[in-house]
Design a protein around this ligand. Structure first.
Ligand code: NHR
Ligand code: GAR
Length: 221
């Protein structure tokens, strides 16, 4: 079977990356992980990837004068692996319009909130402060607008009375490890596509994100 070549970008722990690696290693995902690239030399995820026999690379943002130069170097590094899909997995650098345009429709992110709620950082504390009863994670195509690209799929979790940002974040992270490989699998099998700024699942425009617990995704799980 043809496998989708992917590159994963991380900045830290890399637990989402690890979830993707594990499913790929079981041959369940239909992807060929060409490389894991970090902007931070000390990212824990680099060790995890190397231990799994995956090629790793570092493109350190501190070595570049500005975001344009950094993103240019990152793009050269990524393209040397010729991925069909670039996966942001806890990658913490905002990307320039030129970078995002180069990978339009081939760049996805997992964000720890139910977008469009709580774009940006510190999502779990902000969800608690807002008093919402549900929180979760979203997978979206990356566009120039930060956390604003088409949302493909979401997974919801309840917010509990005694939650802290840490306990809520842990609940969300656990479902991220299920949500992200699920969506990557859809892309690998050609079910999920991006065209003219819109996401299509099974050739139907995705007008609302798939809730991974709903019927549209049942036969995937
Ligand atoms: N880039 C673009 N153009 N569009 C998006 O939707 C992006 C993106 C880059 C990263 C991930 C995102 C998230 O899921 C993401 C989506 C970093 C920041 C941030 O403020 C915000 C959102 C996201 C990632 N980063 C700081 C910066 O100045 C640095 C913070 C740090 O290093 O700890 O780049 O939430
Ligand atoms: C995840 O919760 C991911 O959704 C989030 O950071 C965590 C990374 O964990 N991403 C962002 O906040 C992007 N700004 P991981 O490194 O263990 O996958």
């Amino acid at each position: 079977m043809h496998k989708l070549p992917i590159v994963i970008l991380i900045s830290g722990r890399g637990s989402n990356m690890q979830a993707i690696l594990e499913q790929a290693a079981q041959g369940e995902l239909g992807v060929d992980i060409r490389a894991v690239i970090s902007n931070r030399p000390d990212a824990e995820g680099l060790q995890t990837a190397a231990a799994a026999g995956i090629t790793t690379a570092i493109v350190d943002h501190r070595d570049y004068a500005d975001r344009e130069q950094y993103d240019q170097a990152l793009r050269v590094a990524i393209d040397s692996y010729q991925p069909a899909l670039v996966v942001l997995a806890g990658f913490m650098r905002i990307l320039t319009p030129a970078f995002v345009q180069h990978y339009q429709g081939r760049l996805i992110n997992i964000h720890p909130s139910l977008l469009p709620a709580f774009r940006g950082l510190n999502t779990h504390q902000r969800a608690l402060d807002a008093g919402v009863s549900e929180h979760g994670a979203s997978v979206h195509y990356v566009t120039e607008e930060l956390d604003g690209g088409p949302v493909v799929a979401q997974f919801r979790v309840p917010v509990l009375d005694d939650d802290t940002a840490a306990s809520l974040g842990a609940r969300v992270l656990k479902i991220e490890h299920h949500l992200y490989p699920t969506v990557i699998g859809w892309i690998a099998t050609g079910r999920l596509r991006y065209r003219n700024g819109m996401a299509y699942l099974d050739d139907q425009p995705l007008l609302t994100p798939v809730s991974v617990s709903d019927s549209r995704s049942e036969h995937i799980q």
